[in-house]
Design a protein around this ligand. Structure first.
Ligand SMILES: Cc1ncc(COP(=O)(O)O)c(C=O)c1O
Length: 450
């Protein structure tokens, strides 16, 4: 036993705790990373501090999540106080008060009828939850034949089996077998031709929404439960919905009794200059998945908004019976609730849920000033999101953008790449000077690329 405890403490001869080998890192080129690690040790406001003591300007809000910036005192204190007061409360048949306060405040932020919140711990779990709710809703509603789920090519809905089944990023699917049965995909809406260097939503492409009509005709609406889309797709390289596209999806869903799910894991909490994409596009879905900005990335948490129609469909039968057989040990964890409540306070105090609208013009101008840099084939933006698409190197897709990412990090800016696309989504507190620093540094990086 002594030996087990010593092992747990890392006190065994020969074991060094700075050995990088044991940690199998997610979505990472492990061997490349471990040869030349990029370790972040501190963060405050718009900057990370790297292990080698540099200040790194955060152009990605961590991973699209630290919308309030880093180390915000109010959030830090709320989490510290919470862990000392109530570390954990079981969420099944028991609860703690903060989860109800949080749900009520979140519901108030969304238009009617999205009035009910189900808590999870991540975007992936929010997606699984929403898909299961959609299936169970139709069953509760006497339409059990509606089992088919429709996603979209290049969609990203996290990494669990439901999410990769409706998702459309090939690399995230091809290693994992057959996934869920009964899923179909609409085409993605990315078409640079005719929409080059678009500012805000692209003008062309509303007809892609008619793919949903094709699914309806092919499968019959009586078999379709739900369609899930990201209002703005982030992980596949910032793919914007053409003008009128989301409205048309809503119309088709209404006409055929199909539930519409918006995956707002990245667009939620101010990213587009409005609280949600729901507000930006004026389209109200039946279910909305969120995570990331909900706690500004401080404690893992997700939440699914469900419309009253969906919630009410389950609230039948004897009172003592569980209505939905779904939930997580850490649903509505006290630390996550405390972090989310304090994050909402910070968003309100600093007007961050709408700040993106005020600086998006500056952001747009700065991004598009990179149009003439080497290898750039497209630039697009919306709210505080920007993408720069590079011409791939012949025979070596992704290499050019990954090189840009490494060089940018050397030059003290954090960007993100997917394929040959650079995606940026800074904390919503970014200043105009910092936008200039980000794009100015990127200009040098791009122009130095092979
Ligand atoms: C649209 C969307 N859905 C789901 C997820 C998955 O979230 P998580 O990594 O928290 O599971 C992400 C993550 O980037 C996302 O962008």
């Amino acid at each position: 036993m002594t030996e087990v405890n010593a092992l747990a403490r890392g006190e065994i001869a020969g074991l060094t705790t700075n050995n990088l080998d044991a940690h199998w890192m997610p979505f990472t080129a492990n061997r490349q990373f471990k040869k030349d690690p990029r370790l972040l040790v501190k963060a405050k406001d718009m900057h990370y501090t790297s292990a080698d003591g540099r200040q790194i300007l955060d152009g990605t809000a961590g991973l699209w999540c630290c919308n309030a910036g880093h180390g915000r005192q109010k959030i830090v204190e709320a989490v510290q106080n919470q862990v000392a007061e109530l570390d954990y409360a079981p969420p099944f048949q028991m609860a703690h008060p903060k989860s109800f306060e949080l749900a009520a405040r979140l519901a108030a932020l969304m238009p009617d009828p999205l009035n009910h919140l189900f808590f999870t711990n991540s975007g992936s779990e929010s997606v699984e939850t929403a898909l299961k709710m959609a299936l169970a809703y139709h069953k509760a509603n006497g339409q059990a034949s509606r089992t088919r789920l429709i996603g979209r090519e290049r969609g990203y809905h996290g990494v669990n089996f439901g999410g990769i089944s409706v998702g459309g990023m090939v690399a995230n699917r091809k290693q994992f077998g057959t996934m869920l049965a009964g899923v179909d995909h609409m085409r993605h809406t990315h078409n640079i031709a005719g929409n080059e260097f678009s500012k805000g939503v692209p003008k062309n492409g509303v007809e892609y929404a008619e793919d949903l009509m094709r699914m309806v005709q092919l499968h019959d609406p009586s078999t379709i439960a739900a369609v899930i889309v990201e209002p703005v797709a982030g992980s596949a390289g910032v793919i914007l919905p053409p003008e009128g596209y989301l409205q048309r999806l809503r119309e088709i869903c209404d006409e055929h009794g199909i539930l519409l799910i918006f995956d707002e894991v990245i667009t939620g909490f101010g990213r587009l200059g409005t609280p949600f994409a729901v507000d930006y596009f004026g389209v109200v879905p039946d279910l909305v998945t969120t995570a990331k900005g909900l706690t500004s990335g401080v404690v893992p948490m997700g939440a699914v908004y469900a419309s009253s129609k969906i919630y009410d469909a389950f609230m039948t039968g004897p009172d003592h019976l569980i209505e939905l057989f779904h939930g997580y040990t850490y649903s509505a964890h006290p630390l996550a609730c405390a972090a989310a409540l304090a994050t909402l306070d910070v968003y309100a105090d600093d007007e961050l849920l709408t700040r993106g609208a005020r600086i998006s013009q500056y952001w747009e101008n700065a991004l598009h000033s990179l149009r003439d840099c080497k290898h750039v084939i497209d630039i697009r933006n919306i709210g505080l999101i920007g993408a720069i698409e590079l011409e791939p190197m012949a025979g070596e897709p992704t290499k050019r953008a990954f090189t840009a990412f490494l060089k940018a990090y050397e030059k003290n800016i954090l960007i993100r790449t997917t394929g040959d696309i650079i995606a940026m989504s800074p904390p919503l507190i970014i200043s105009e000077d910092q936008i200039d620093e980000l794009t100015g540094t990127l200009r040098g990086v791009l122009n130095a690329l092979d």
